[in-house]
Write a protein that binds this ligand. Structure first.
Ligand code: KIV
Ligand code: ZN
Length: 521
C-alpha cells in the first residue's frame, strides 16, 4: 500500500445499524454492502455475527457476495464471539476479524478486570483470532480515555499476538483534533512493532468533531478511517464517509492523502441508506444535504452564474448530483424518467420503472413541475410499499374542525379483507393513526414522526418518516405524497407492515438481538 493511501473502513452496517431505530432488513443490508463494495470501500464491517441469527446470516451472505472489499465482523474479547465471527466472514475472498475490549478505567470496571487480567485476555483472544484469520483488527474501546501507559502496553500485546490493524476508538466523541493527531503520532513513535501494523481512527460525533478528529488522526499517521454513510451511528453518530472522503479530495493541497472511493456514487448510497434506515438527512448536512449545492440568495446566484467557483468548492457531479436540475412535467415520457433516475444514481428494473412511472404521472397531474427531489421521493415511496404487505391502505377521508376534534375514516385491506374504521383525534394525523389502530390493534409506541417538504410551494410533496417500537423490535416506515396526512397514513402502515415481518422473524429466532456489543459481562 502506498504511503499516502488511506483505507476506508465502513461500519454503516454495524455501528450505524446499531443506532436505535436504524435496523435494516437482511435484503437491505445486502444491497447496501453491494453499493459499498461497488464504490470502492476497502473494508466493510458487515455486522456483529454473534448478536443474533439474523446478524450472522447477513454477514455470511455479504461475505459470500463480496467482490473487491474485505469483509469484517465484530467480536468481543471471548473465544465464542471470535469463532462465530470467523464462521461468518470466512466465506469472503478477503476477510477480517475485529475484536475489541474497553480499556479505560470506566470500561475496565464493567467486566471487573484488573489491568493484568485484561492484558492477559487481550493476549489470548487476539492470538486465537489470528490462528483463525490472517487479518485481525484489535480495538481498545474508549482508547481516548485510557491511561497512556496502559494503552501503550495493551497495544504492544495485541501487536505481538498478531493484530494487523490497531484501531483507536474515540468511543464517546471526547477528543479534539490536535489531541487526536498527537495521540496517534506518539503511539506510532512509542509502541514497539507499531511500524508493522496499520493504525486506524474511529471517531464518534458527540461534540461535532468526528470528521476533524479523523482527518487529524490521518495527519498523525493513521492510515484507516472508520466511518458510516450519512454519519449514521449511535447518539450523534460516527464520522461521515462522504465528509472525510470529499475533504481529502477537495483539500488535497494540504491533506495529501488519497482514498479509493468513487465519489460519484456518494449521493446514491446516501439516499438509499437514508431510506432503509429511516434517518432523514438534514438539509444543511455537508456534502449530501439537500441544500449542500443549492444557491438561494440573489447575490450567490449571480456570483454562481458569473463563475461557479465563486461559491462552490466541489462540483455537484463529483458526488453524483446531475448538476442541472431540469424539472419533468406531465408530458415527460418513460424514457425521460429513466434518464432522470439514472442521473440521480438510481438503477431500476423495468417493473420498478413501470410502478414509478404510474406514480410519476399521478404526481405530474397534481403538480406543475416534478423536480429532482420529487423523483427521489417517488423512488423512496416505491421501495416502501409492497403488494405482499399484509396491511394496505385502500382509501381515506379526513375532516378537520377549527373548534373541535378532527375525524378520519380509513378503509384498509387486512390480509386480503376489507375493514374500515372512523376515529376522532387531536388533529388529522392523530385521528388517522387512531383509526388505523382500531383496524389493526397494536401496542407499538411511536418513537419518531417526522415530516419534511421535498420541494417548495403549497403543492410540494411531503416525506413522512415514522419509527415504531414494540417489545424491543423497531421498524421504520416512509412515504411521500402531496397530501401530508395521506403520506402520514402510508408511512405508519408501512412501519406496521415491517414490524409484522420483524416480529415473525423474531418468533423464528432470526432477528432477535441476543447480545449487545456493550454487554460485556
Ligand atoms: O466506538 C467504539 O468504540 C466501537 C468499537 C466496537 C470499535 O464501535
Ligand atoms: Zn463506534
Amino acid at each position: 500500500m502506498s504511503d499516502n493511501k488511506v483505507l476506508i473502513f465502513d461500519t454503516t452496517l454495524r455501528d450505524g445499524e446499531q443506532s436505535p431505530g436504524a435496523t435494516m432488513t437482511h435484503d437491505e443490508k445486502l444491497e447496501i454492502a453491494g453499493m459499498l463494495d461497488d464504490m470502492g470501500v476497502d473494508i466493510i464491517e458487515a455486522g456483529f455475527p454473534i448478536a443474533s441469527e439474523g446478524d450472522f446470516a447477513a454477514v455470511s451472505e455479504i461475505a459470500k457476495n463480496s467482490v473487491n472489499s474485505r469483509i469484517c465482523g465484530l467480536a468481543r474479547a471471548n473465544f465464542a464471539d471470535i469463532d462465530r465471527c470467523w464462521e461468518a466472514v470466512k466465506h469472503a475472498k478477503q476477510n477480517r476479524i475485529h475484536t475489541f475490549i474497553g480499556t479505560s478505567p470506566l470500561h475496565r470496571a464493567i467486566p471487573n478486570l484488573t489491568q493484568d487480567e485484561m492484558a492477559d485476555k487481550i493476549h489470548q483472544t487476539v492470538t486465537h483470532a489470528r490462528n483463525l484469520c490472517d487479518n485481525v483488527q484489535w480495538s481498545p474501546m474508549d482508547a481516548t480515555r485510557t491511561e497512556w501507559d496502559y494503552l501503550c502496553r495493551v497495544i504492544e500485546i495485541a501487536i505481538k499476538a498478531g493484530a494487523t490493524t490497531i484501531n483507536i476508538p474515540d468511543t464517546v466523541g471526547y477528543t479534539a483534533p490536535a489531541e487526536s493527531a498527537d495521540l496517534i503520532k506518539r503511539l506510532i513513535e512509542t509502541v514497539p512493532g507499531a511500524d508493522e501494523v496499520i493504525f486506524a481512527t474511529h471517531c464518534h460525533n458527540d461534540l461535532g468533531m468526528a470528521t476533524a478528529n479523523s482527518l487529524a488522526a490521518v495527519a498523525g499517521g493513521a492510515r484507516q478511517i472508520e466511518c458510516t454513510i450519512n454519519g449514521l451511528g449511535e447518539r450523534a453518530g460516527n464520522t461521515a464517509l462522504e465528509e472525510v472522503v470529499m475533504a481529502l479530495k477537495t483539500r488535497h493541497d494540504i491533506m495529501p492523502w488519497t482514498t479509493g472511493i468513487d465519489t460519484t456514487k456518494i449521493m446514491a448510497i446516501s439516499r438509499r441508506v437514508s431510506t432503509v434506515s429511516g434517518f432523514l438527512v438534514q438539509p444543511n448536512k455537508a456534502i449530501v444535504g439537500k441544500n449542500a449545492f443549492a444557491h438561494e440568495s440573489g447575490i450567490h446566484q449571480d456570483g454562481m452564474l458569473k463563475n461557479r467557483e465563486n461559491f462552490e468548492i466541489m462540483r455537484p457531479e463529483d458526488v453524483g448530483l446531475s448538476g442541472t436540475s431540469l424539472p419533468l412535467g406531465k408530458h415527460s415520457g418513460r424514457a425521460a424518467l429513466r434518464d432522470k433516475l439514472e442521473q440521480l444514481g438510481f438503477e431500476v428494473g423495468d417493473n420498478q420503472l413501470k410502478d414509478i412511472f404510474v406514480r410519476f404521472k399521478e404526481l405530474a397531474d397534481r403538480k406543475k413541475e416534478v423536480f429532482d427531489d420529487d423523483v427521489v421521493a417517488l423512488v423512496r415511496a416505491d421501495s416502501g410499499e409492497d403488494e405482499d404487505d399484509r396491511l394496505q391502505l385502500v382509501s381515506m377521508k379526513v375532516v378537520c374542525g377549527t373548534g373541535g376534534p378532527a375525524e378520519s375514516t380509513i378503509e384498509m385491506e387486512v390480509d386480503g379483507k376489507d375493514v374500515s374504521a372512523t376515529s376522532e383525534g387531536d388533529g388529522p394525523v392523530d385521528a388517522t393513526f387512531k383509526a388505523i389502530r382500531q383496524i389493526h390493534p397494536n401496542t407499538a409506541r411511536l418513537q419518531l414522526y417526522q415530516v419534511s417538504a421535498v420541494t417548495e410551494g403549497t403543492d410540494a410533496q411531503a416525506t413522512v418518516s415514522v419509527r415504531l417500537e414494540e417489545d424491543g423490535v423497531i421498524a421504520t416506515g416512509q412515504s411521500a405524497n402531496t397530501d401530508t396526512v395521506v403520506a402520514s397514513a402510508k408511512a405508519y402502515i408501512h412501519a406496521l407492515n415491517r414490524l409484522l415481518v420483524r416480529r415473525d422473524k423474531v418468533g423464528e429466532g432470526a432477528d432477535a438481538k441476543e447480545v449487545s456489543y456493550k454487554d460485556l459481562a
